[in-house]
Write a protein that binds this ligand. Structure first.
Ligand code: N01
Length: 562
């Protein structure tokens, strides 16, 4: 590795000849990101295939999402018994979750446990942010540069950068003059934030804000929630796991794993086959009530037509709105919270612990910034079109430049210097979510064009990392070292992605981050593949079994001569 380069060179000055990049041996694979996906991809490539592989990670530890998102109340919305790796039976037997939904510190402990167990840290370079990646066609290598100016060369470049890792801090005028402290939930300080006695303003009521508000309200002198789009939420009903349930998980780990491979959302519950519109209003009410009591993401699975028929969805939406109005005592606040403009689960549905109940506390108030938008941040707080709110702390629960943001931040350039940013300027395009034409030997884990965020993430991650591993193994077995998605395959896959989105209500919500609606100027394109994880797995398996049609594989001269 070349050390000591603290500044980045202008492109024209970069020596792209192999020797200057080769102070460290050329790697078989370079993986970017040490969260769930990068860690597993390292295990696959290094330990399963015996390749030279390294991971570059911007953080100082493993964990990805769970390393960065340390905000109060951060907890996974998937249940713990499906939110883990399943590639190693023994690993599943050796780890115990403590609660129905694992909390951020526990997930981080789990990922550190995995890193220790498989001795991953020796091949992860921490505090290392990738700032540019170029495909060098002559050498058939990826040349990767870090913020510190280090250079890496690798045959395969694999992005494991997560979908929700580029913080979206809205460009409100005046933030720099705010005298208090401000934080984005996705870049939370490791030492935590003490809200005791403080006037806190929180902007954003997505899954994050809905988790954070009840916890912040417990210690803050006052919490003001700034809501732009009202949101649904269903109780999580988190509980400690009983010894019996823990035993049940161990005894049924394999069956649970199989089930998560069969379902379209990678969860261990199936979507019911009954239809809301064919169920009597009384029966429907009972079903919703039972799902509300049970809590969690299953609420969305109680009727088959909930996500495809607006009329069916209206019955769920109406039920949740009535619940909000029955929980929140102040009717003006209840009206703002329940004035929801999109179908239930049309945006990622949050689940919560006492979110709506929090608005009954005397130290919590709600501000409708749809009615009176935020105009600026002042030295003392937040000013909307209607009033100024004095604050000591502002929490931005304002989400992420989702899915494409982390990839764009890597500044990737493919064959002929083509920038990914340019090639995706009208929205992401790829084949199977895995590869982009013009970017040979670049694989993306759970990026756009794959089920990704519409699926329980560890299930989607293991499927992608396994597929990429099998693909590279196939290439090596056949003396091939170059793979690139073909343009026609990409075009027809994107058509399928669009068709799948159009068949659901997911694509009807203009402000959803699924289609970039939360970031000003971002192309409005529905990004994940909504055709279901089990279907997607079958499609990917079929492609592999048929010898990878849609991908062009070849041997560079060096490999051909070997
Ligand atoms: O972000 P979001 P998030 N002025 O984009 C508002 C995952 N996750 O961090 O809807 C005022 O959903 C914005 O308003 P609007 C999960 O996949 C998982 O909450 O754009 N408000 C919205 O209310 C989730 O979906 C878990 O009108 C502004 C909020 O900020 C994803 O992460 C837990 C604004 C952003 O909501 C992202 O969730 C938490 C502005 N200028 C999150 N800009 C677990 O499973 C934005 N907003 C544990």
């Amino acid at each position: 590795m070349i050390k000591g380069k603290k500044t980045l060179m202008p492109d024209a000055l970069i020596d792209k000849t192999e020797p200057s990049f080769n102070a460290e041996p050329v790697l078989d694979a370079l993986i970017v990101g040490a969260g769930f996906s990068g860690m597993y991809q390292l295990i696959c490539l290094r330990d399963r295939l015996g390749l030279s592989a390294k991971v570059l990670e911007a953080g100082s530890g493993v964990g990805g999402t769970w390393y960065w998102n340390r905000y109060p109340g951060a907890r996974c919305d998937s249940e713990s018994h499906v939110y883990w790796y399943t590639f190693d039976k023994k690993l599943m037997q050796d780890w115990d979750w403590s609660e129905r939904y694992p909390e951020q510190p526990e997930i981080l402990r789990y990922l550190n446990f995995v890193a220790d167990r498989y001795d991953l840290r020796r091949d992860i370079r921490f505090n290392t942010r990738v700032v540019r990646a170029d495909y060098d066609a002559a050498a058939n290598l990826w040349r990767v540069r870090t913020e510190a100016g280090e250079l890496y060369s690798a045959r395969f470049l694999i992005t494991a950068v997560g979908c929700l890792s580029t913080a979206n801090v809205p460009n409100f005028p005046g933030l720099e003059q705010f005298k208090g402290d401000w934080y984005h939930t996705g870049q939370w300080p490791h030492e935590g934030v003490d809200f005791t006695g403080k006037r806190v303003g929180m902007i954003g009521t997505g899954s994050t804000g809905i988790q954070a508000a009840p916890v912040i309200a417990k210690t803050a002198a006052h919490l003001t929630v700034f809501q732009r789009t009202a949101n649904y939420s269903v109780p999580a009903r988190n509980v400690p796991l009983t010894p019996e349930f823990k035993r049940w998980i161990k005894e049924n780990a394999e069956e649970i794993r199989s089930l998560t491979h069969e379902t379209q959302n990678g969860q261990s519950f199936r979507i019911e086959t009954r239809k809301a519109l064919e169920t009597s209003p009384e029966e429907r009410e009972k079903i919703y009530e039972a799902a509300w009591e049970r809590g969690g993401l299953q609420f969305r699975a109680v009727f088959e037509d909930m996500m495809s028929s607006k009329a069916a969805n209206d019955t769920a939406a109406d039920f949740v709105r009535r619940k909000i109005r029955s929980i929140v005592k102040d009717q003006a606040t209840a009206a703002i919270l329940s004035d929801i403009d999109h179908p239930y689960a049309g945006k990622r549905p949050p689940i919560d612990t006492d979110y709506f109940e929090t608005f009954n506390r005397p130290n919590v108030s709600l501000v409708d910034v749809k009615a009176a938008p935020i105009e600026c941040i002042t030295a003392d707080g937040i000013r909307t079109a209607a009033a100024e709110y004095p604050l000591d702390i502002i929490v931005f629960a304002t989400g992420f430049d989702a899915m494409t943001g982390p990839l764009m931040a890597m500044n990737i350039h493919g064959r002929g210097g083509e920038a990914l940013r340019e090639s995706w300027n009208a929205g992401p395009r790829n084949y199977l979510g895995l590869q982009v034409s013009g970017f040979p030997n670049l694989f993306m884990i759970t990026g756009p064009g794959s089920p990704s965020v519409l699926c329980n993430m560890p299930v989607a991650i293991e499927q992608h990392a396994d597929w990429i591993t099998d693909c590279i193994a196939h290439m090596r077995a056949n003396g091939l070292d170059r793979i690139e998605a073909q343009q026609e395959a990409m075009d027809s896959w994107i058509e399928k992605v669009n068709q799948a989105a159009a068949a659901t209500l997911l694509s009807t919500v203009p402000h959803s981050w699924y289609l970039g609606g939360n970031v000003p100027g971002k192309p409005r394109v529905f990004m994940p593949y909504a055709g279901g994880m089990a279907n997607y797995r079958r499609i990917c398996d079929d492609v592999a079994a048929a010898g990878y049609p849609g991908f062009e594989m070849s041997a560079s001269e060096r490999v051909a001569a070997e």
